[in-house]
Design a protein around this ligand. Structure first.
Ligand SMILES: Cc1cc2nc3c(=O)[nH]c(=O)nc-3n(C[C@H](O)[C@H](O)[C@H](O)COP(=O)(O)OP(=O)(O)OC[C@H]3O[C@@H](n4cnc5c(N)ncnc54)[C@H](O)[C@@H]3O)c2cc1C
Length: 392
């Protein structure tokens, strides 16, 4: 399958990819254009989830590229970033499905699981046979989840008993397993548990009325005396520091997805403004419309440069929390500007789903807030550059 470079990759960062990586991206792009793009607006409007894409995306390899147990070929973090971009360029909810399955759930098992746990779960998850969710946030604890978790895990012989509640958990209305983060009642440390969702005492209820990422099925979860064996405790998750190792990886992926969400809006705006005629000529020939388009490609290009470098640092082994935090805070802020400019360029049609920009515009809000708000990521970078923590 031939790989066509994206015109919106203005400085040609795709040149960093190998031929094998390009082929994999071309396959994914083809699947998204044929099977996903045509159905997303309808699902967005109805807030429903197209379950068939879980397997379709697995066949494109999107849950397998990152992990040693499942990698189909050696690939770079820049390539995996372009995968996130490509998904969000079509639909940010679809990118979120993959971010939760591949990044958060499989990431937690890969980074904090034992070799036996990795071997048991990752291959099946890569094939899309097991869908995962990641339960960290709670009704009373979002930004302060490093200290504020109230969900408890109490050891009882060879089992653990989990009690508490979780909020906002993506994929959780239909996941087969949810990684639950809970405080060990004995030592107060945050530990992780792979919880099969048919375990008695586990309930997930869909959050209704969301006006962003409407295709993502977010749930409130309650855990009432949920019993899991010690073999389902993530064996290398000993404190929140281990949870943070997972978030460091996924924050950079969200930064890439925010670039993709901007690219989707920009491409739709570019197409529309070249077609739409006012005052006898396409509106794209007006200077003020070109200004909106050029500011948008400027934001995309600057953000792309940043995420490419952060991914290269991951491969070099030099990426730290503050690096992915800065990328997430900066690129999501640029995305918010970009989707607003693109929406402006369409006039009234900028708020109609059919023209795509409206969906990217609304979805930007969730990307801006999840995986650490701009404020939290700013404080992570602020602590790094000043040596002074300003969280409380
Ligand atoms: C669509 C969506 C999907 C999500 N998916 C998941 C998921 O799969 N799993 C999961 O565990 N979580 C998930 N989340 C939760 C997400 O990570 C949280 O929403 C996020 O961390 C913010 O927490 P909060 O919403 O409780 O806001 P709060 O923490 O209540 O923050 C509200 C505001 O106060 C600001 N604030 C808080 N503390 C400070 C401070 N010290 N200084 C300055 N400002 C501060 C915040 O930046 C924010 O602007 C999801 C959220 C959304 C919206």
């Amino acid at each position: 399958m031939t790989f066509e470079p994206l015109a919106s990759d203005f400085y040609g960062y795709e040149n960093l990819l190998t031929d094998t990586e390009r082929e994999a991206l071309a396959r994914l792009r083809d699947y998204l254009a044929t099977d996903v793009k045509p159905i997303v607006n309808e699902h967005w409007e109805k807030a429903t989830f197209p379950h068939e894409i879980v397997k379709g995306l697995a066949d494109c390899g999107v849950y397998s590229f990152a992990w040693e147990e499942t990698k189909p070929f050696e690939n770079s973090a820049v390539f995996r970033g372009f995968v996130a971009l490509e998904l969000a360029r079509v639909d940010a909810s679809v990118a979120t499905l993959v971010g939760v399955q591949n990044g958060l759930a499989m990431g937690a098992i890969s980074v904090t699981g034992s070799p036996e746990q990795r071997a048991e779960w990752l291959p099946r998850m890569a094939r899309g046979e097991v869908v995962g969710a990641f339960g960290l946030t709670e009704p009373q604890s979002g930004s302060d989840s490093a200290q504020g978790l109230r969900t408890t895990a109490t050891r009882d012989g060879d089992e653990w008993v989990l009690n508490g509640s979780k909020r906002w958990i993506g994929n959780a209305t239909f996941s087969d397993i949810t990684v639950i983060w809970a405080k060990d009642a004995a030592d107060g440390q945050v530990k992780g548990f792979i919880v099969p969702t048919d375990t008695p005492g586990y309930t997930a209820t869909k959050i209704e009325g969301k006006q962003s990422l409407r295709i993502v099925q977010n749930a409130d979860i309650t855990l009432e005396d949920v019993r899991v064996p010690e073999s389902l405790r993530l064996q290398n998750a000993n404190s929140f520091r281990d949870t943070a190792k997972v978030l460091r990886l996924t924050r950079a992926e969200v930064a890439w997805a925010s670039v993709g969400n901007s690219v989707g809006a920009y491409e739709a705006a570019l197409h529309y403004t070249k077609e739409r005629v006012q005052f006898g000529k396409p509106i794209a020939s007006h200077q003020l419309i070109q200004d909106l388009l050029v500011k948008s490609i400027g934001n995309i290009t600057a953000s792309l440069g940043m995420v490419v470098r952060v991914s290269q640092m991951l491969d070099e082994g030099t990426q730290r929390d503050e690096h992915s935090a800065l990328a997430k805070a900066y690129t999501t802020a640029r995305m918010r500007e970009t989707v607003a400019w693109c929406r402006e360029a369409l006039g009234g049609n900028g708020i109609v789903l059919e023209y795509d920009v409206a969906r990217h515009f609304a979805d930007a809000e969730a990307l801006y807030s999840y995986e650490g708000t701009r404020e939290m990521n700013t404080l992570i970078v602020g602590r790094s550059i000043t040596g002074l923590a300003a969280f409380v």
